[in-house]
Design a protein around this ligand. Structure first.
Ligand SMILES: Nc1nc2c(c(=O)[nH]1)N[C@H]1C(S)=C(S)[C@@H](COP(=O)(O)OP(=O)(O)OC[C@H]3O[C@@H](n4cnc5c(N)ncnc54)[C@H](O)[C@@H]3O)O[C@H]1N2
Ligand code: MOO
Length: 393
C-alpha cells in the first residue's frame, strides 16, 4: 500500500516540475578528485581545462619536404625529423624536413616534397613558397593558460586526447555517483527465450550503459525477488549514492517499493508524475543523503522515468549541465494526453519530427529506431508547432 501523501512530496506533479525537482535533489556535485587521464574517462571536469602550453608548442612543419629560408633556389643541407632540434637556417639555405618536425629558426616556409626538385646541388620550387607556407605556427590552436573546455564537460576520449596534447597527466574531475541497479520481478530472465509467463529483463542491458554514459559508476546490478524483506534490506544496505530500481512502483500484490521505502526511513521527493508513459515513477531521499529512483517496470515507462528523474539527478551529482532541450517543428500532429505530458519516440525528417509506431509502455520497438524523445505537453502539438526533444538512449 502506498503511504498517505507526505508534506514536501511532489505527488503526480507536472513533468517539468518533477524533472526540476530531480535536478535539485542533487544539492551539489560530488567532491572534486584528481584522476590519471585513463581513469578520468566518463567523469566530468570539475574545473576548466586550461592549456599548459601553447599548441603547437613550437613552429612545426605541416608537410614532408624542405624548410627553406628566403626566396629560392636554396642550398639543401642536412635533415630534421620530428622530435629533433634543428640548427638555424641562413637566407638561401634549406633543410630536408619531416611532417611534425620543429621548424629551424630562420626558416620562412616549407616546400612540399612533390613541389621541389634538386638540380646541380640546388633546390628549386615549382611555384612560390609563400611566407609561412605549410607551417603550423606556435600557438595556432591555443596559448598556454587559455581555457579550452568549461567545468561540467564530460570527459570523453576526445577530451583525454586534447588534455594529453596540451600537457596534462591528471585531470580535476568530480567523483562519479555510484549506482546500484536493482531489477525487481520474479518473472525476469537474464538469458534465453521468454516462456511460461516469464520475460527477458530488457532494462538491465539498456540502463547499465545509459546510466554510465550519464556520469554514473555502476557498482552493482542484480535481480531482487518479489519479497518485501529482501527489497527493504537491499534498499537499506545499498552502499550506492543512488539506488535505481525497476518495477514494483505500482500497487499490485507484489509491488513492495513504497512499503520498503517507508520501512527504510526514506523521504519521498517525487511520488508519481503527470507523464505518459511512466506515471508511477518516484524519487526518494534515503537516510545518509543517498537517493533512490524507482522506475516503472514497463520498459518504455522506465525510459520515461530515467529521462525525468534518474538522469537529472545523476547529472547534478556529476556536475554536468543537463542536455540543451532543442525545439524542432512537428511534421504531423503529435497526439497529447488531456492532462499529462507525453514522451514520444520520434525521428527527424526534412519536414520535421515524426512519431514512431510501437510506442506502447511495454514496447521498445519504436524507441530502438528513435533519434529523440519528443516532450509533448498536455493537449498535444499540432503539425507545424514546435516540440522539445530529449536525447534517446
Ligand atoms: N491498477 C493499476 N495498475 C497499474 C497502474 C495503475 O495506475 N493502476 N499503472 C500501470 C502502469 S502505467 C505501469 S507503468 C505499471 C508499473 O508497474 P510497476 O512499476 O509496479 O512494474 P511491475 O508491475 O513490476 O511490472 C510492470 C510490467 O513490466 C514488466 N517488467 C518489469 N521489469 C522488467 C524488466 N526489467 N524488463 C522487462 N520487463 C519488465 C513486467 O513483467 C510487467 O509486465 O503498472 C501498471 N499497472
Ligand atoms: O507508465 Mo505506464 O503505462 O504509463 O507504462
Amino acid at each position: 500500500m502506498a503511504p498517505p501523501p507526505t508534506a514536501g512530496t511532489l505527488h503526480d506533479g507536472p513533468w517539468p516540475q518533477a524533472r526540476r525537482a530531480a535536478r535539485l535533489a542533487a544539492r551539489q556535485p560530488l567532491p572534486a578528485i584528481e584522476a590519471e587521464l585513463a581513469a578520468a574517462l566518463g567523469h566530468t571536469l570539475a574545473a576548466p581545462l586550461a592549456a599548459l602550453t601553447d599548441l603547437p608548442a613550437f613552429d612545426t612543419s605541416a608537410m614532408d619536404g624542405w624548410a627553406v629560408s628566403g626566396p629560392g633556389p636554396w642550398r639543401p643541407a642536412g635533415r630534421v625529423l620530428a622530435g629533433q632540434d634543428a640548427a638555424p637556417l641562413a637566407d638561401g639555405e634549406a633543410v630536408e624536413i619531416a611532417t611534425g618536425a620543429q621548424l629551424p629558426p630562420g626558416a620562412t616556409g616549407v616546400l612540399r616534397r612533390e613541389h621541389g626538385r634538386t638540380e646541380h646541388g640546388l633546390l628549386y620550387a615549382l611555384g612560390e613558397v609563400a611566407p609561412g607556407q605549410d607551417v603550423r605556427p606556435r600557438g595556432q590552436e591555443c596559448r598556454g593558460g587559455e581555457a579550452l573546455l568549461p567545468a561540467g564537460t564530460p570527459v570523453t576520449p576526445a577530451v583525454l586526447g586534447l588534455a594529453a596534447a596540451c600537457g596534462h597527466d591528471r585531470l580535476t574531475v568530480h567523483r562519479r555517483p555510484t549506482v546500484e541497479l536493482l531489477l525487481l520481478g520474479d518473472e525476469l530472465l537474464d538469458s534465453g527465450l521468454p516462456q511460461t509467463g516469464r520475460v527477458r529483463d530488457a532494462l538491465g542491458p539498456m540502463l547499465a550503459p545509459w546510466l554510465s554514459a550519464a556520469g554514473a559508476e555502476l557498482t552493482g546490478r542484480r535481480q531482487v525477488r518479489d519479497d518485501f524483506g529482501l527489497l527493504r534490506d537491499a534498499v537499506r544496505h545499498s552502499p550506492a549514492d543512488v539506488v535505481i530500481t525497476t518495477g514494483g512502483t505500482a500497487a499490485g500484490p507484489v509491488d513492495f517499493l513504497h512499503a520498503a521505502l517507508e520501512a527504510s526511513g526514506a523521504h519521498l521527493l517525487v511520488d508519481g508524475v503527470a507523464v505518459r508513459p511512466g506515471h508511477p515513477m518516484l524519487l526518494a531521499e534515503l537516510p545518509g543523503g543517498r537517493h533512490l529512483v524507482g522506475l516503472p517496470g514497463n520498459p518504455l515507462a522506465a525510459v520515461a522515468g530515467a529521462v525525468t528523474l534518474a538522469l537529472p539527478l545523476l547529472h547534478g551529482l556529476s556536475g554536468r549541465p543537463g542536455p540543451d532541450l532543442r525545439t524542432e517543428p512537428a511534421a504531423v500532429d503529435l497526439p497529447g494526453h488531456p492532462t499529462d505530458t507525453r514522451l514520444l519516440p520520434v525521428v527527424r525528417t526534412d519536414q520535421g519530427v515524426v512519431p514512431l509506431a510501437f510506442d506502447g509502455p511495454a514496447m521498445l520497438r519504436g524507441l530502438a529506431l528513435a533519434e529523440a524523445l519528443a516532450v509533448v505537453p498536455p493537449g498535444g502539438v499540432p503539425a507545424g508547432g514546435r516540440t522539445e526533444l530529449l536525447p534517446a538512449p
